[in-house]
Design a protein around this ligand. Structure first.
Ligand SMILES: Cc1cc2nc3c(=O)[nH]c(=O)nc-3n(C[C@H](O)[C@H](O)[C@H](O)COP(=O)(O)OP(=O)(O)OC[C@H]3O[C@@H](n4cnc5c(N)ncnc54)[C@H](O)[C@@H]3O)c2cc1C
Length: 390
């Protein structure tokens, strides 16, 4: 049996950050991953360019049963710290929109950064390592993989969430938490497209490819001003991905297609214009046709509407709503909501309160960020703080 100071399970964003930091402190660190490549989710992220952080990272951008939990780690290892690391490695990057920072070239740059940091810190990374068993060994742990046994003082679980099972996602981290008596909150897909109810399919499927700026709102009043995209399977685009994390099955989602007040101006300026012609100035024509086909609107010259009818149209456009059939699930979700209950963990170190020397970092815990680089920042911040103490 080989003895290590630290074993990290999961060679993803949080695991590698933690390993590099611990290695830098002179700890002997082994990283185990069952995949055949390092950081596969990083490589797929941000359309291959990795949206690695966001200028506007702040605790309010995270969903967690305890909203205070994220504050300490985010304050100790900030977006500016990660940007400095990216700059140290000479990686070219740019802001795309809404503070979202992407690599100019490829997400491979971020994986190379993490591998270089781990190499420089003397970290050993073992891939294709199927973990068979983990148990307590004194104050530390024994980790059995096919054909090998290792022991460590500190064990870090960085196995991520359930999204994208095809590239190695597994419930390993949740099972391990339960094995040690820690509570795991129910999981569901987040940052994920919606599917449609059967009755919406006929009228909305022909809109595939149509995209427009909206304000999406969930039943709890959370709002995101972003783009809505109609697809062959339902609705997607950043507005939908963001609001999906706040949606519960059976609930409706509102989309502000046109802000209230626009129509009154239209009536004053173009009284003889038909509603559909006027609307097509502001909304994609195919969407206007779909609203007519769904009999949510009827079209006639604007001056022929009564004030009551105009008010109803304004409300429809400002609060157009859908009851999604469901989500596309973990197959396409970017993240997993829920996970290891943060009440079980120290917000300063990510150590399990009841199980000394056991740590959880990254997405495996009940912390989920908005779309836009927030999830990687959580991986960097939580991995970094654990890396200072393991
Ligand atoms: C398509 C896609 C695009 C995304 N784009 C962005 C983006 O641009 N910006 C952003 O901030 N976030 C993005 N995300 C979310 C982000 O990738 C994750 O939040 C982040 O990778 C979580 O880091 P992690 O280290 O906790 O987990 P991961 O990066 O998922 O790493 C977990 C590691 O654990 C390994 N593992 C799992 N189970 C086992 C096991 N049983 N044994 C051994 N090893 C195991 C996996 O192989 C993996 O290497 C995206 C997600 C997806 C799916």
């Amino acid at each position: 049996m080989q003895a290590w100071d630290v074993i990290v399970i999961g060679a993803g964003a949080a695991g590698l950050m933690c390993a590099a930091e611990a290695g830098r402190r002179g700890r002997r660190v082994l990283v185990l991953d069952h995949g055949k490549r390092i950081g596969r989710k990083i490589l797929m992220s941000g359309g291959g360019r990795c949206n690695f952080t966001n200028y506007h990272v702040e605790p309010g951008a995270y969903l967690c049963a305890n909203p205070h939990f994220v504050k300490s780690a985010l304050a100790r290892y900030t977006q500016w710290d990660f940007i400095a690391l990216v700059n140290k490695h000479g990686i070219a990057w740019h802001e795309k929109t809404l503070g979202q920072l992407f690599c100019d070239d490829s997400a491979q740059d971020i994986v190379d950064l993490l591998v270089k940091e781990c190499d420089d810190a003397g970290v050993t990374i073992r891939l294709r390592a199927e973990i068979l068993e983990v148990d307590r060994l004194g104050d530390g742990f024994r980790v059995a993989t096919a054909g090998e046994e290792d022991s460590c003082q500190s064990l870090v679980v960085a196995t991520g969430g359930l999204s994208m099972p095809k590239i190695g996602a597994s419930p390993f981290g949740y099972r391990l938490a339960e094995q040690f008596g820690l509570k795991v909150l129910p999981t569901r897909a987040g940052l994920v497209p919606f599917t449609l109810q059967p009755e919406d399919k006929q009228t909305l499927e022909p809109l595939a490819g149509v995209s427009l700026p909206v304000v999406a709102e969930s039943e709890d009043g959370t709002r995101f001003a972003e783009n809505l995209l109609f697809t062959h399977r339902g609705v997607s685009g950043p507005a939908v991905l963001q609001i999906s994390s706040y949606w519960q099955p059976g609930e409706r989602v509102k989309f502000e297609l046109l802000p209230a007040g626009c129509l009154a101006q239209g009536v004053a300026e173009s009284p003889n214009q038909e509603l559909k012609t006027w609307l097509a100035r502001y909304l994609p024509k195919r969407l206007v046709e779909a609203l007519l086909a769904r009999e949510e609107l009827t079209s006639k010259p604007l001056k022929q509407y009564t004030p009551k009818e105009l008010a109803a149209i304004e409300t429809l456009l400002a609060e157009w709503s859908l009851r999604p059939g469901g989500t596309e699930g973990y197959r396409t979700a970017e993240v997993t909501l829920g996970g290891v209950d943060t009440d079980e963990l120290s917000s300063k170190t990510m150590e399990a309160k009841k199980v000394p020397n056991l740590y959880f970092v990254g997405e495996v815990m009940d912390v989920t960020g908005w779309l836009g680089g927030y999830n990687f920042q959580w991986a960097w911040s939580s991995g970094w703080v654990a890396g200072q103490v393991v």
